[in-house]
Design a binder for this molecule. Structure first.
Ligand code: AMP
Length: 451
């Protein structure tokens, strides 16, 4: 096939090639183009690439090519990443790319009991994907045999450094075999990462791609301020009703629950030609859904970010962010699904008051201000339920505290009657917010202005 010449040039084995085809990837991304041949030749590689650039496959493909099939029961590669979410994402990537091999991977991360993870290691594995802390914990049980380890990969090294994992990584470097291939990926190259790379990479070759934080020029972005979930649903219904405009749309939701509920709402009220994909859907269901969407039999795809990775469908007329993504690069990633290959696309984002914080960060990242649209008159504005209001107020407090640890919290303060306040405690939250619980914490318009 003509489109696959890019991947064919790497001379990957048939198993990997089939997996790539199943994923619908047609050409390698720039970082893959640069890093894969070097890693395949056995070099140490220092890759500077952000999330969303295809960096995971840039190191997984050469790794899978090298490991080929399950061998001894001891791990032959170790991938370290800063967060549980990233570890899970890498493991997901691994599973898809290794679908036609018998290679096993074991994910080790905190937040859950260690026993199942230790058992998985004992049962035999080829690749360990882990956060540094949990990796060391499992190592200390004595069940992790590292003598077969031949490849060591650090993903998101800058984040690992920021999170203070240097001591664990130093320890880890002491316990893994010296003779091995090393790959280090990082979105940025601060001094800390340069020093780290000097510590363990051997004559690395540096590959770099331009940061991806620029949203595609062919995408028109729109922002709607919406007071609550129910009104978001009304707005979505209103927009989707116009089939002539929204010919093919992906709707992104932050959670599986939202994706499920929105998908059901659409199939009940708007069109039966809708599919839902999220991490709880089986792989076949997801692949079939994407295929149907790709072929045009399905007009609307409702997806979570994790599930949507790998969707490569051209001619998506609209991307609708039902929720504002909290991983800001995901915004660029999501809206990049439309406006592909010179086509015009529209990316619409729904934003509640509790999400303003994130949209502002996103605007900083993309260095653009997203034009704000007025809610159409036909969209019914629902009252915000008590629980949702409380949840939003709590979330806004959390955001303020993140920005300013001294912030006392409008929400909690509201609950504490003045008589309960300790002597000497501040009577007003730091910052100029009034009652966030009432939704007056900032100047955005969350309901339609009546003329
Ligand atoms: P990453 O930067 O590794 O998080 O990958 C970003 C997204 O791009 C993931 O959803 C991958 O599944 C997808 N991806 C990676 N390589 C390719 C490719 N060559 N073509 C299309 N999508 C890709």
């Amino acid at each position: 096939m003509e489109e696959t010449t890019g991947f064919a040039a790497f001379k990957l084995n048939k198993q990997l090639f089939s997996a790539i085809q199943d994923l619908g990837w047609e050409t390698p991304t720039p970082i893959q183009e640069k890093a894969i041949p070097l890693a395949l030749e056995g070099h140490d590689v220092l890759g500077i690439a952000q999330t969303g650039t295809g960096k995971t496959a840039a190191y997984l493909l050469p790794l899978l090519m090298r490991l080929k099939y399950a061998q001894t029961d001891f791990p032959r590669a170790l991938i370290i990443a800063p967060t549980r979410e990233l570890v899970m994402q890498i493991a997901e990537h691994f599973k898809r790319l290794s679908a036609y091999t018998d290679l096993r991977c074991t994910a080790l991360y905190g937040g859950i009991g260690m026993k199942a993870q230790v058992d998985a290691v004992k049962a035999g594995t080829d690749v360990i994907i882990a956060t540094p802390g949990r990796f060391m914990d499992v190592y200390r049980t004595g069940e992790l045999v590292l003598k077969e380890l031949k490849c060591f990969i650090l993903d998101e090294a800058d984040k690992l450094m920021d999170m203070g994992f240097m001591p664990q990584i130093r320890k880890l470097l002491e316990i893994i075999p010296r003779k091995r291939q090393n790959l280090l990926f990082s979105a940025t190259m601060p001094d800390k990462v340069v020093r780290l790379s000097e510590e363990f990479l051997e004559a690395p070759i540096r590959v770099e791609i331009a940061p991806q934080a620029t949203a595609a020029q062919t995408v028109a972005q729109q922002l709607y301020f919406v007071p609550n979930l129910k009104t978001k649903v009304n707005l979505l219904g209103h927009l989707l009703a116009d089939e002539t405009q929204i010919t093919r749309a992906i709707i992104f939701c932050r959670t599986k629950e939202n994706a499920e509920n929105i998908g059901k709402f659409i199939s009940r009220k708007i069109t039966p030609f809708v599919r839902i994909i999220h991490a709880n859907k089986g792989q076949n269901t997801r692949i079939n859904a994407m295929q149907a969407f790709k072929e045009g039999g399905v007009r609307i795809l409702v997806a979570t970010d994790v599930a949507a990775r790998g969707i490569d469908v051209s001619e998506v007329s609209h991307v609708i962010n039902f929720d504002v993504p909290i991983i800001y690069e995901d915004y660029v990633h999501r809206i990049g699904r439309t406006g592909r290959a010179g086509e015009e696309g529209i990316a619409i984002t729904f934003c509640t008051e509790a999400e303003v914080y994130h949209i502002e960060k996103i605007q900083k990242l993309i260095r653009q201000t997203i034009p704000v649209m007025e809610l159409p008159a036909e969209v019914k504005i629902e009252p915000t339920g008590f629980e949702e209001q409380q949840a939003m107020a709590r979330e806004i407090d959390r955001q303020k505290r993140r920005e300013n640890p001294d912030f006392q919290g409008a929400f909690h303060e509201k609950k504490n009657k003045p008589t309960q306040r300790k002597p000497g405690s501040k009577s007003k939250p730091v910052g100029k917010s009034k009652s966030t619980a009432k939704g007056t914490g900032n100047s955005k318009t969350f309901s339609r202005r009546r003329k």
